[in-house]
Every structure is written in structure tokens, then in C-alpha cells.
Design a binder for this molecule. Structure first.
Ligand code: HEC
Ligand code: HEC
Ligand code: HEC
Ligand code: HEC
Ligand code: HEC
Length: 183
């Protein structure tokens, strides 16, 4: 053990450790880009039709104002409208919802928009700064099954942070500081 430790402290050992760390990061990032592809969802939920009716994003994703995660709606929220609707009995698309309610089982949505665990992302300061959901998540008047409009990665975060702070050096220093997103 001692000898392995000594070797790791040599320049070559340090390079090996560095490569090891990079491999782990790349694996994590590769995993992320896979999970960011459009998944099978338990219900083919048509966002665009609900948004067209005027249902607010925050009605189904209220956590965005309060903290890090907007959250995904439970069946109770869906059932509030759907239990009274004739289409709920007849629509093939809605049968998984009916089953979940009858069996009292949760609907397990598959997450799409995600950052790795070593990144700290919080919705609240972004909403407080006046950004719209659409600026990051795309135009929902078209979306059926949600798909990221872009890969959510460090370059994407930094591009916007630089743009929004171009006239404010102090804010820029904060928004590009490694510790702002990694700590
Ligand atoms: C504010 C009321 C409301 C809420 C909340 C709501 N829906 Fe709907 N939903 C509707 C209405 C209205 C329609 C359109 C019915 C039509 O086109 O005739 C619809 C349509 C649908 C359809 C398409 C059905 C088809 O066959 O065309 C699906 C699937 C669906 N909703 C799933 C859900 C799920 C899942 C939730 C919860 C995450 C949910 N809805 C929450 C009102 C609501
Ligand atoms: C009636 C409820 C409802 C409304 C209104 C609604 N959503 Fe959703 N949203 C859902 C459900 C259910 C899912 C999970 C299924 C999916 O991803 O298709 C979801 C998923 C998402 C996701 C992907 C989250 C993930 O899993 O990574 C984003 C982003 C999102 N919604 C943003 C929005 C925005 C922006 C609006 C307003 C323009 C909006 N939603 C309006 C119910 C809703
Ligand atoms: C500045 C860009 C940005 C804005 C603005 C933004 N989001 Fe997000 N959103 C993200 C990122 C990045 C993630 C992935 C976060 C993670 O992994 O924790 C995400 C994740 C989500 C998710 C996934 C589920 C969850 O709880 O993590 C939902 C739903 C969502 N956003 C909805 C919204 C809604 C609704 C709005 C507007 C009120 C909004 N977002 C505004 C960047 C943004
Ligand atoms: C579309 C533009 C945009 C994108 C994309 C974006 N941000 Fe931001 N971010 C902002 C703005 C604007 C602020 C608020 C600046 C202020 O305080 O006025 C902010 C603030 C933050 C803060 C809070 C800083 C503090 O201490 O107050 C963190 C953390 C953060 N962003 C992380 C991220 C991460 C991580 C991503 C990518 C996953 C990301 N942001 C993507 C625009 C963006
Ligand atoms: C605005 C937010 C933000 C800031 C500031 C930021 N990062 Fe990141 N970083 C991310 C996000 C999001 C990821 C995950 C996605 C990816 O790998 O691009 C990431 C990933 C990484 C990774 C993983 C490996 C890879 O493939 O890139 C390393 C290493 C890293 N950041 C180092 C840094 C260093 C060093 C700084 C300061 C110079 C920094 N980051 C500043 C958001 C940020």
C-alpha cells in the first residue's frame, strides 16, 4: 500500500490519477448526455395542449419559485381536472392515469433536464432575475414529450452568464467563478 502511495506521488503517478479523474468525469458526462435524450414516459403527456389552454407552468411545477427544483406533478394534480372529463374514460393515452389512480400507485416520470451531482443549479435566482422558463427549456406551444432544446452543459451555463453580466464586472466575476456552480 505504502509503495503504491509513493508511486502515485511521482509525476507519472499524478498523471495517472489525473487521467483516472477525467475518465470518471467523462463517464458521468456521457451518462448525462444519454439521460438527456427523450425517454419513454409513463404517459404521453401533451404539454402543448395544456399550455394552449392557459394552464401556467408554475401550476404543475411550483417549486421553481421557491428553490432548486420545480418538481413534477403527481396524479392528484392531473385528476383534479381529468376525473370530471369524458375523454378520461375514452382516451387510450389517459388509461395509465386512470390505472395509477385506481391502484393508488405513483406515476414515475423519467427526468430529462438534469445536471450532474457535482453541479449546483437552483431555479430560484434565475426566476428572480426575470428569466422565462422558455429561455432555457424552449417553446412549449410545440412540445409533446419534453426534450431538451440543447445539451445542458457547462458551456451553455457560462455563455449565458457572460452575456447577462457583460456590463457588470462584479457580477461577471461571481457568475463565472468555479465556486458558484461547484462547491
Ligand atoms: C387544468 C386542467 C387539466 C390538468 C391539471 C391536466 N389536464 Fe390533461 N387535459 C385537460 C384538457 C381540457 C384536455 C383536452 C381534452 C380535449 O382535447 O378534448 C387534456 C388532455 C390530456 C391528454 C390527451 C388525451 C387525448 O386522448 O387526446 C392527456 C394524455 C392528458 N391530458 C394528461 C394529463 C396529465 C398526465 C396531467 C397531469 C400531469 C394532466 N393531463 C393535467 C385538462 C387538464
Ligand atoms: C398540466 C401540468 C403541466 C403544465 C401546465 C406544464 N407541465 Fe411541464 N411537465 C409536466 C409533466 C407531467 C412532466 C413530465 C413528463 C414529461 O417530461 O413529458 C413535465 C415535464 C417538464 C419538463 C422536463 C422535466 C424533466 O423531467 O427533466 C420541463 C422542463 C417542463 N415540464 C417545463 C414546463 C414549462 C416551461 C411549462 C410552461 C410553459 C410547463 N412545463 C407546463 C406537467 C406540466
Ligand atoms: C436559466 C435556465 C433555466 C430557467 C430560466 C428555468 N429552468 Fe428549469 N431547469 C434548468 C436546469 C439547468 C435544469 C436541470 C436541474 C437539475 O438537474 O437539478 C432544470 C430542470 C427543470 C425541471 C426538471 C424537474 C426538476 O424538478 O428538477 C423542470 C420541471 C423545470 N426545470 C421547469 C422549469 C420551469 C417551469 C421554469 C420557469 C418557471 C424553468 N424551469 C426555468 C434550467 C432552467
Ligand atoms: C439563460 C441564461 C442563463 C443560463 C442558461 C444559466 N444561468 Fe445561472 N444565472 C443567470 C442569471 C441572469 C443569474 C442571476 C444574476 C444576478 O444575480 O443578477 C444567474 C445566477 C446563477 C447562480 C446564482 C449565483 C449567486 O450566487 O447569486 C448560480 C449558482 C447559477 N446561475 C448557476 C447556473 C448553472 C449551473 C447553469 C447551467 C446548468 C446556469 N446557471 C445557466 C443566467 C443563466
Ligand atoms: C455557471 C456554472 C458553472 C461554472 C461557473 C463552472 N462550471 Fe464546471 N460545470 C458546470 C456544469 C453544468 C457541468 C456539467 C456538464 C458538463 O460537463 O459540461 C460542469 C462540469 C465541470 C467539470 C467536469 C468535466 C467536464 O467534462 O467538463 C469540471 C472538471 C468543471 N466543470 C470544472 C470547472 C472549473 C475549474 C470552473 C472554473 C474555472 C468551472 N467548472 C466553472 C457548470 C459550471
Amino acid at each position: 500500500m505504502q509503495r503504491v502511495y509513493e508511486w502515485l506521488r511521482q509525476p507519472l503517478g499524478l498523471v495517472a490519477v489525473g487521467i483516472g479523474v477525467l475518465v470518471i468525469f467523462s463517464a458521468a458526462v456521457y451518462g448525462i448526455s444519454l439521460t438527456q435524450r427523450t425517454p419513454e414516459q409513463p404517459i404521453q403527456f401533451p404539454h402543448y395542449r395544456h399550455v394552449a389552454m392557459g394552464v401556467q407552468c408554475l401550476y404543475c411545477h411550483p417549486g421553481a419559485l421557491r428553490g432548486p427544483s420545480p418538481g413534477l406533478p403527481t396524479q392528484t394534480k392531473c385528476w383534479g381536472c381529468h376525473q370530471q372529463m369524458a375523454i378520461t374514460k375514452t382516451s387510450v393515452l389517459l388509461q395509465p392515469l386512470v390505472k395509477a389512480v385506481e391502484n393508488n400507485e405513483p406515476i414515475v416520470w423519467v427526468p430529462v433536464a438534469q445536471v450532474p451531482d457535482f453541479v449546483h443549479y437552483n431555479h430560484r435566482p434565475h426566476i428572480a432575475a426575470g428569466l422565462n422558463c422558455e429561455e432555457c427549456h424552449g417553446d412549449f406551444s410545440e412540445v409533446t414529450i419534453y426534450e431538451n432544446p440543447q445539451l445542458i452543459n457547462m458551456g451553455w451555463c457560462l455563455d449565458c452568464h457572460k452575456l447577462k453580466s457583460k456590463d457588470d464586472p462584479e457580477l461577471r466575476a461571481k457568475l463565472i467563478d468555479c465556486g458558484t456552480c461547484h462547491y
